[in-house]
Design a protein around this ligand. Structure first.
Ligand SMILES: Cc1ncc(COP(=O)(O)O)c(C=O)c1O
Length: 426
């Protein structure tokens, strides 16, 4: 569908021409991203719009943040209402707000009971902003638990993590990344992490010692190349955690909230962690919110006044968006739809891959599908896909990530298949 001239004049924040956008970013912005040379002016549903009237299908969905589609009307309404009725702005954390209380309750009740060995007490939620902050919160949970409950000397606590992990970009988190570029030159790095091969229970067990307090893992790896763990791996981690009294923490920032065809990725094998970290889609991609969720008894053992805090974490605008986005996920059956649509899309992609000389492997669940390329350079294909009005990017250089908003319809599935056919076969 092309856009009329009248609409074109109205698109986006300003009439600044694309070449000036490139120049201004170049002069004033840090160069910490490699960007594709496209300026998006407006977004709606699964589509991105440019000034020259192009309409691009978003098959990245901001790495799962835009799961309900861009500008979902119910989430927009919640935000507009909060702004117009004057309960949106940040309020000091010394007082209560009804909207935070209701957001915490919604999240706590949506997540299945975590940390079963701590009792069937319900869950508690600690809110932050970007995802990386909540990963750090889970590290605090684990270390404090190791110190207080296991008697590990403070400063000696160790957490087991995995090769090719991605949990964000702050110093402590990149300290245990296996990507040299993420951490080189940014030392001193934070100690206390041991790295096992993803999928290897043997490695994991070998790393456990009396100072180990937790295992932190992505139940499917996003940035690391879109890998599903071998069957039984997560269950094996659960058994190890139980045997050695470790906390099992799942980072579901990218793969939770419906993306892989289940509300929570851990539901595929029904392995219940002690804590889970969620972010990105939790407020529908409209405002940054993240949470660390754990068993009520465990949260109360660790977090008492003075142990943590965040000016904006859990502020009213974010909570209003979060409540609306979680309602949308449930009411519009986003997880179920991702499972159904993902099955159809993956079948089409497998068929294309079978006729392509470029594809090494197709993997994934729900609308979290990776296409690994034989030449190891997925970005070459992503650039071609963008020329055909489909936005994707690479995961770990070698894999094209296909992760559109979970609301895509049959025509949009056909559109994706058509573009992949042109680029991978034609
Ligand atoms: C699994 C995982 N954890 C943590 C993060 C960090 O989230 P944020 O970029 O919001 O800090 C990401 C971001 O892509 C992620 O995929």
């Amino acid at each position: 569908m092309s856009i009329t001239l009248k609409d074109k004049a109205l698109i986006g924040f300003s009439p600044l021409p694309d070449n000036e956008v490139f120049d201004i970013e170049d002069i004033y912005g840090a160069k910490h991203y490699r960007r594709l040379k496209t300026v998006v002016r407006k977004t709606q549903g699964a589509w991105l719009y440019t000034q020259d009237g192009r309409k691009i299908l978003d098959c990245l969905a901001a790495y799962s943040a835009a799961n309900p589609g861009h500008h979902h009307p119910k989430i927009v309404d919640a935000l507009v209402r909060a702004l117009q009725e004057n309960y949106a702005s940040v309020i000091s954390n010394v007082v209560y707000t009804d909207v935070l209380a209701l957001f915490l309750k919604k999240v706590a009740e949506l997540v299945p009971q975590l940390g079963l060995r701590f009792g069937n007490n319900g869950n508690k939620v600690l809110p932050k902003n970007g995802g990386v902050e909540s990963v750090e919160t889970s590290i605090k949970l684990a270390r404090y638990y190791g110190w207080k409950e296991k008697g590990i000397p403070d400063g000696k606590q160790e957490i087991i993590v995995f090769e090719n992990n991605f949990h964000g970009r702050m110093i402590t988190i990149v300290s245990f990344s296996t990507s040299q570029k993420y951490k080189e030159g940014f030392g001193p790095l934070t100690p206390g992490f041991k790295i096992a091969r993803y999928g290897s229970l043997e490695d994991t067990e070998k790393l456990i010692n009396p100072n180990t307090c937790a295992i932190l893992v992505e139940p499917m790896q996003g940035e690391g190349g879109m890998y599903q763990p071998p069957k039984g791996f997560l269950k094996g981690l659960r058994d190890l955690a139980d045997k050695h009294n470790l906390l099992l923490i799942f980072d579901e920032i990218q793969v939770g909230l419906g993306r892989t065809g289940k509300r929570f990725c851990f539901e595929h094998e029904n392995v219940i962690p002690d804590a889970v970290v969620l972010g990105k889609a939790i407020a529908g991609g409209m405002v940054p919110v993240s949470v660390m969720v754990t068993n009520r008894a465990l949260m109360d053992k660790v977090f008492q006044p003075g142990h943590d805090g965040s000016t904006f974490g859990g502020y009213p605008l974010a909570c209003a968006a979060g409540i609306a986005a979680l309602d949308v996920m449930v009411e519009e059956r986003l997880a179920e739809r991702a499972a159904e649509t993902g099955k159809i899309l993956k079948k089409k992609i497998l068929d294309i891959a079978a006729r392509s000389s470029h594809v090494k492997e197709v993997r994934g669940e729900g609308l979290f599908i990776g296409i690994e390329m034989k030449n190891g350079d997925a970005m070459v294909y992503c650039e071609k896909l963008l020329q055909h009005d489909m936005l994707c990017n690479d995961s770990h250089h070698h894999t094209i990530r296909v992760s559109p908003p979970l609301i895509i319809n049959d025509d949009e599935v056909d559109y994706i298949a058509d573009r992949l056919e042109r680029v991978l076969v034609g």
